[in-house]
Design a protein around this ligand. Structure first.
Ligand SMILES: Cc1cc2nc3c(=O)[nH]c(=O)nc-3n(C[C@H](O)[C@H](O)[C@H](O)COP(=O)(O)OP(=O)(O)OC[C@H]3O[C@@H](n4cnc5c(N)ncnc54)[C@H](O)[C@@H]3O)c2cc1C
Length: 475
């Protein structure tokens, strides 16, 4: 090792603990931490103000954590390649490490940056840090190796047997002392956002995870689909900005499973939670091995299947006024909080693709304007999966009946009432029949002026879609 420092460019890995990239950079020299505010970052932040507020808070928590270690974040605005070359020249750094992105646009930007830095004589290290288990590791465990997995079940069979690395030893990472100038940290107001994203310090997130593992995780199997409960971990934004590592979440969950006093249902719940975490890694490896799938269906045969780009009820879906309470509550939860309950996401996405027949890309891009999470590879993977054009998870389109789902998972309407205020005073029994002939009358009695009538007949729309889908697949 020489005395020359090695740059670590932070992106979606805003922490210092259990950090694969920092540890790799530290193997080549003292680490110089840099954050570049480039056009791509500005565009992602400007797109969703809540995302911007979160990122700004996470960056400032990262800077604090670095200062506690005698370092600080060097912030620069401009083009990544130009800035990193400049910082390397000014500091004598020999190279730059950063965390790999998996969405097509991110992966291409990584490739371009790598070539530009290498052309300038710098070493470029792109490190897997986002997944708990790197795509090549699961692929290598497959007899035929190659392009990873397109189906979740065989992927999970392998994933669950693999060890998860830890990059925890803080002594491995030494930061460089520097007098290089930094621009100020970004402010939420730069992106039309107001500040105030709370609990983004790694410590708070970790405490939240520990509370979850001690409590709700033990009932995850029954609670994960009930949107009125705090039954899921609410980790996606934290994982997407790397405030906590997926590795540490998986390790903590596996450790929890070692508790000999767990009941068998509790053990089963923890295993299902692990399956959810594996799902994240699965979609990341899918994007890693199929980088063109950002805007094209992964399934070749489905590329010619056309969804509509619009529908007379598209704006109602966007606004949460479709007349289907669960779908509307989900969309309004997203607008109000920047997050939507995972099961409601599946129902609301299915409604767009099948009841309205609208393209999954329209839905994905709409949600992107509100979500805090910044994980385009996961958004694409999930939307393609729901639309039946992506990972080989199901034989048939995943059509949910939004009213049946509501009756099953929100029977007393607690979730719907939280977001659909027009229904707060309407007895749930009156919603239940809302789509039957006499039910429409009963809902009309209570909410005629306030809450809209259903924009489509679900059964009719779903049957029509299925007929078209079958004709296409069999034709
Ligand atoms: C149509 C649709 C779109 C989605 N878009 C996004 C998106 O843009 N960004 C995003 O991060 N997630 C997306 N998801 C996945 C999931 O719904 C969210 O990550 C959700 O916020 C998880 O909430 P949680 O942390 O409480 O989940 P939990 O149920 O507690 O799960 C724990 C963690 O497992 C992972 N996980 C669980 N389910 C999935 C899944 N289906 N795909 C990937 N990871 C999963 C997440 O990292 C999650 O934080 C989408 C799901 C659907 C159905």
């Amino acid at each position: 090792m020489t005395n020359a420092p090695f740059i670590f460019r932070f992106t979606h890995d805003l922490r210092v603990e259990d950090h694969a990239g920092l540890v790799q950079a530290a193997a080549h020299g003292e680490v110089l931490p840099v954050f570049v505010i480039d056009r791509a970052f500005e565009a992602r932040m400007a797109r969703s103000p809540r995302r911007a507020a979160y990122a700004v808070a996470a960056l400032s928590a990262l800077d604090r954590a670095l200062r506690e270690r005698g370092a600080r974040l060097i912030v620069r605005r401009g083009t990544a390649a130009a800035i990193l070359k400049q910082v390397a020249r000014a500091s004598g750094a020999r190279g730059v490490a950063w965390t790999a992105r998996y969405d097509g646009a991110g992966a291409q930007a990584d490739d371009r940056l790598r070539s530009e830095l290498e052309e300038a004589g710098l070493r470029a290290l792109v490190v897997h840090d986002a997944p708990a288990i790197a795509p090549e590791e699961t692929a290598a465990a497959r007899p035929s190796g190659g392009n990873g997995y397109r189906a979740f079940v065989p992927y999970f069979e392998v994933w669950r047997t693999l060890a998860v690395a830890a990059f925890d030893a803080p002594l491995l990472v030494r930061f460089a002392a520097t007098d290089l100038q930094s621009e100020p940290l970004p402010q939420a107001s730069e992106f039309n956002a107001s500040g105030g994203a709370s609990a983004v310090a790694a410590l708070d997130v970790r405490e939240g995870l520990m509370r979850f593992l001690a409590g709700a995780a033990l009932q995850y199997a029954s609670g994960m689909n009930v949107p009125s409960l705090d039954g899921t971990a609410r980790l996606s934004a934290h994982l997407s900005f790397g405030v906590i590592s997926a590795r540490s979440v998986v390790r903590a969950t596996r450790k929890r499973l070692e508790d000999p006093f767990l009941l068998s249902e509790e053990r089963a719940s923890l295993r299902i939670f692990l399956r959810s975490l594996a799902m994240r890694d699965f979609f990341l490896q899918l994007a890693f091995f199929h980088p063109y799938a950002d805007n094209e269906p992964l399934q070749e045969r489905m590329r010619a299947f056309t969804f509509a780009r619009s529908h007379r009820a598209l704006d109602a879906w966007r606004a949460g006024t479709t007349g289907f309470p669960l779908v509307d509550a989900g969309m309004r939860e997203l607008h109000e909080t920047g997050w939507m309950h995972p099961h409601v996401r599946a129902v609301a996405a299915s409604f767009l693709c099948y009841d309205l027949g609208v393209d999954w890309r329209v839905g994905r891009d709409e949600w992107d304007r509100y979500l805090v999470e910044d994980d385009p590879a996961l958004a694409t993977g999930n939307w393609q999966w729901i639309a039946g054009v992506g990972a080989d998870l199901v034989q048939y389109p995943r059509i949910y009946n939004p009213d049946k789902q509501r009756r099953r998972f929100d029977p007393n309407g607690a979730y719907v009432k939280r977001y659909v205020h027009e229904l707060a005073a309407v007895p749930v029994a009156a919603w239940d029949g809302a789509h039957a002939r006499e039910g429409q009358l009963s809902l009309a009695l209570f909410a005629h002026d306030d809450y809209p009538q259903p924009v489509v007949d679900h059964d009719e729309a779903a049957r029509a879609f299925l007929a078209r889908y079958r004709a296409f697949v069999n034709g």
